[in-house]
Design a protein around this ligand. Structure first.
Ligand SMILES: C[C@H](O)[C@@H](O)[C@@H](O)C(=O)CO
Ligand SMILES: [Mn+2]
Length: 603
């Protein structure tokens, strides 16, 4: 593990591994012997592909465990299961070039995400085993993904076709996301914010669909720790100095009567930094607290996601959580580059879960936003002196703007290999890009009428041209969770147009102009219809067109997807889903999720 035990970290302890199961025709006396090396070598190639291409959220290479022997029957299958349990295997991938005996060799664990890769050769067909064992998975109610290369390969062909590589890697990304969530916590810091339904925590959703637990703390814990100095004083000193140097305070947009004194603002800065340390320590603990005699506080709540209620009880009296939410969701801070801590504004736990999906699928920071306004081309023209939206924005724009914080990665100041704006895993972000994200962001005294207790809000606008995916999990009485997805691009407006629109809402908040990819059908008939179908006030923006990964992860967890604009060819779900209908995949998804129920328990 690369994580130093001495610093706080989300991903403590051993992370779930990927188990590779080489299955084989068990007939000794010639058949099995002729296949042993080919089968085990196939498993080794798959393990190498995974460890070379995939990383955990902490940057470590994904670890694979290969079964000690090929699996020709139930005895070896059981031995493999024992080995996988001993070695913390959270995802399984069965691989074979030949015919094997389906139910005698299959992975029967009811909750571990699983796939089967049947090498497409004809000498000892892996495909027919694939079909047989997937039928078994469907019949026994243990859905599995099927991976089968398009083109027949020679038995000795050690290459892995691109289509097979893509499916293996996408399955493992999504299976690991599910496995990484299992057993971890969501930390609710406070309660319901302003009657927002998403912040009325539904514990059953976290337990039955995600296999997680919900931890609760009252916001008074912040005041207690601030007043008693229950945070690392050395880190606080370092963090405050870094903040003063790197987080410039911008204009105060408050009215004269709303303006706060310099002394008050300075105390809000120092309180905001303390709140950031305390929120992080509450989530993941901090060994330094144990050295201070705070052994219980040092343990944290095992939270890989959290939410801060803020409004209104806290923010009426104390600085809001804008700084803590922005900096913890960012891929760097005073300690340097590191995995973001997923923190939802207004304790919107459904947006937190969606942020967590995006983070675990891509290892990147996630933008929390209100989906506040649809700006039609006509409305923009009349608000901005006739300005005509064009290009990606020609069907109008969605204004994504949270009420104060957002990850600084959301500035779009990180670039991919082609120079396009993106948000990257922390280990790929350059020092120059860190500096650009900080430079693009200004911090403004929060608007006093909204936040009487003060605070510093995050202001930036996202660079245009970023392929991005907007998502949201909603809860439906009687159905459970349902996911919506909209791939699209960020758009940059001319400064005068941006300012005219931005100033109407709140100039102290972070703005992203988003143009969903419209298809002309259903919820994607137009940009307006995307907004019209959005299920809540909040959304999450993830860098890249990764709607297909959200769809695969949702199917593993049995969360139906009720709108998306992902081409059918990119949709990858367990083979069992096909049996619920192949024409009208959306409704089939609902039927399959309803049929199999939440991954970790009954509804
Ligand atoms: C300041 C306001 O209360 C905002 O926080 C509010 O409009 C929201 O963001 C609601 O989600
Ligand atoms: Mn909001």
């Amino acid at each position: 593990m690369s994580q130093q035990a001495s610093s706080p970290t989300v991903w403590k302890g051993e992370l779930p591994k990927v188990g590779i199961r080489p299955t084989i025709d068990g007939r000794l006396g010639g058949v099995r012997e002729s296949l042993e090396d080919q089968t085990m070598n196939l498993a080794r190639r798959v393990a190498e592909l995974i460890s070379k291409n995939l990383r955990y959220p902490n940057g470590d290479a994904v670890e694979c465990v290969i079964a000690d022997t090929c699996i020709g029957g139930v005895a070896e299958a059981a031995a493999c299961e024992d080995q996988f349990r001993r070695q913390n295997v959270g995802v399984s991938l069965t691989v074979t070039p030949c015919w094997c005996y389906g139910s005698e060799t299959m992975d029967m664990d009811p909750t571990r995400p699983k796939a089967v890769f049947g090498f497409n050769g004809t000498e000892r067909p892996g495909a027919v085993y694939l079909a047989a064992v997937l039928a078994g998975h469907t019949q026994k109610g243990v859905p599995a993904f099927g991976i089968y290369g398009r083109d027949v390969q020679e038995a000795g062909d050690a290459t892995m076709p691109d289509d097979v590589q893509a499916k293996i890697l996408d399955f493992v990304r999504c299976g690991l996301a599910a496995a990484l969530m299992r057993g971890k916590s969501y930390l609710s810091m406070g309660g319901t914010s302003m009657g927002i339904a998403g912040s009325m925590i539904d514990v059953a959703f976290w337990e039955k669909w995600l296999g997680m637990r919900v931890e609760d703390i009252d916001m008074s814990e912040f005041i207690g720790r601030m007043n008693k100095g229950q945070f690392d004083p050395a880190e606080y000193k370092k963090a405050l100095a870094w903040t003063k140097e790197n987080c410039p305070e911008g204009d105060d947009y408050n009215s004269d009567e709303g303006k706060r004194s310099r002394e008050q603002l300075d105390s809000e800065w120092s309180d905001s930094v303390k709140m950031s340390l305390i929120a992080r320590d509450l989530m993941v603990g901090n060994p330094k607290l144990a050295e201070m005699g705070l052994k219980e506080q040092a343990q944290g709540h095992g939270a890989i996601a959290s939410g801060f209620q803020g409004q209104r009880q806290w923010t009426d009296h104390f600085p809001n959580g804008d700084f803590l939410e922005a900096i913890l969701n960012t891929s760097f801070d005073w300690n340097g580059k590191r995995a973001p801590y997923i923190v939802a504004t207004e304790n919107d736990a459904l947006n937190a879960a969606t942020m967590l999906f995006g983070h675990l699928l891509t290892n990147t920071a996630q933008v929390f936003a209100d989906l506040r306004t649809y700006w039609s081309p006509d409305a923009v023209a009349s608000a901005c002196g006739g300005h005509k939206l064009d290009g990606l924005a020609s069907d109008g724009l969605l204004h994504l703007i949270n009420s104060g914080p957002a990850t600084l990665d959301g500035t779009g100041q990180q670039s991919d290999a082609d120079g396009n704006p993106t948000m990257k895993p922390f280990w790929e972000i350059t020092d120059e890009e860190v500096a650009k994200c900080l430079k693009e962001t200004t911090w403004h005294p929060s608007i006093t009428e909204y936040f009487p207790g003060g605070g510093l809000s995050t202001r930036y606008k996202t660079r245009g041209g970023m392929p991005a995916t907007m998502t949201r999990i909603n809860l439906v009485d009687g159905l459970g969770p349902a996911l919506q997805i909209a791939e699209g691009h960020t758009v940059e407006l001319p400064t005068d147009v941006h300012d005219a629109l931005d100033q109407r809402t709140n100039p102290t908040w972070p703005t992203t102009w988003f143009a969903p990819t419209v298809t002309g059908r259903g919820a994607f008939t137009s940009t307006y219809e995307v907004m019209n179908h959005w299920g809540a006030n909040h959304c999450v923006m993830t860098a890249g067109h990764v709607g297909h990964l959200f769809i695969t992860l949702a199917s593993i967890l049995r969360i139906p997807v009720y709108m998306h604009n992902v081409d059918a060819g990119r949709v990858f779900r367990p083979s069992a889903w096909n049996t619920f209908g192949t024409d009208g995949l959306e409704s089939a998804d609902f039927r399959a999720c309803e049929n199999f129920g939440p991954l970790y328990g009954r509804k």
